[in-house]
Design a protein around this ligand. Structure first.
Ligand code: PAF
Length: 282
């Protein structure tokens, strides 16, 4: 695997691949890679000839008081993991390479409505930062296909909408959530949890599964299901963020007549904010 730090070198290397007619698959990440990220690489390998991953801890998507400074930077370990899964190129730019005029002067990409819900309400400006950096990375890599994890379901929807609205010639693929045996969704932020918190964390997925069962059994009283789930999360030791039964097409609150649903959930556990979701077809 070749590691590249500048846009000029990246363009030169990928230009040669494109000239040979290779289809380019792209997996953007913020590093601190776990098995979930590596499954995105596997999927990219199945959908393209040349796989590019990026590691960039994007300051634009972190709010004041969030974990930007403490976010784990583990480039050497990440390089070894990517290489072991057959990734061809790693693009690891500096802040100055990505934002040469500074963050304040950066043109930004805003995906309205959907960016203000759920994670967007809890983390104002977060999805503007994500949409901006992904648009820039797409411009740098010019991939044919890009893979994103379904754990960040709202992020995936924001990126799909942005790609469509800006007519970007990139196929967006989602990849199923990778989980530990106990159901906990894999996340770089699980590393912030103590042993006790790690024992509590799988309750988030269990509660989502219990809500799924209620809905598949015919219960359409979504407000009550949401409130009971929030109470159970609190009893387990979480602090509330949101728990929302949504229409999968646009993430608006689901009604009794909706068939394709997703439950989006976020909750605080000690120093970490965990998110998870479950897709339901009625
Ligand atoms: O999901 C992530 O790791 C990030 O939000 C992404 C898509 C790499 C943009 O910085």
């Amino acid at each position: 695997m070749i590691t590249i730090h500048t846009i000029a070198e990246l363009r030169a290397a990928l230009g040669k691949e494109r000239f040979k007619g290779k289809r380019i698959g792209f997996v953007p990440t913020m590093g601190n890679l776990h098995e979930g990220h590596l499954q995105l690489i596997d999927q990219a390998k199945g959908s393209s000839d040349v796989v590019v991953s990026s590691i960039f801890v994007n300051p634009l998507q972190f709010g004041a008081g969030e974990d930007l400074d403490n976010y784990p930077r583990t480039l050497q370990e990440d390089q070894a993991k990517l290489a072991s899964r057959g990734c061809d190129y790693l693009f690891a730019p500096t802040d100055a390479e990505v934002y040469p005029h500074g963050r304040e002067a950066q043109t930004q990409v805003e995906v309205p409505v959907i960016s203000d819900l759920y994670c967007g309400a809890s983390r104002p400006g977060h999805f503007r930062g994500v949409a901006t950096v992904v648009t820039k990375l797409f411009g740098m890599v010019q991939p044919d296909v890009a893979i994103f994890g379904e754990k960040d379901f709202q992020q995936l929807m924001v990126i799909r909408r942005m790609t469509e609205d800006l007519s970007l010639p990139v196929e967006i693929q989602g990849s199923p959530i990778a989980r530990s045996e106990n159901g906990l969704a894999l996340s770089s932020r699980n590393g912030y949890l103590s042993t006790e918190e790690l024992a509590i964390a799988p309750a988030l997925n269990q509660i989502l599964r219990d809500s799924e069962k209620l809905i598949l059994d015919g219960n359409s009283d979504f407000a009550t299901i949401e409130e009971q789930a929030q109470s159970r999360l609190e009893s387990a030791g979480f602090k509330r963020d949101y728990y929302a039964i949504c229409r999968r097409s646009d993430l608006q609150p689901a009604g009794a007549e909706d068939r394709e649903l997703v439950i989006l959930a976020a909750a605080y556990l000690g120093p970490a904010r965990l998110i998870d979701n479950i897709q339901i077809n009625r």
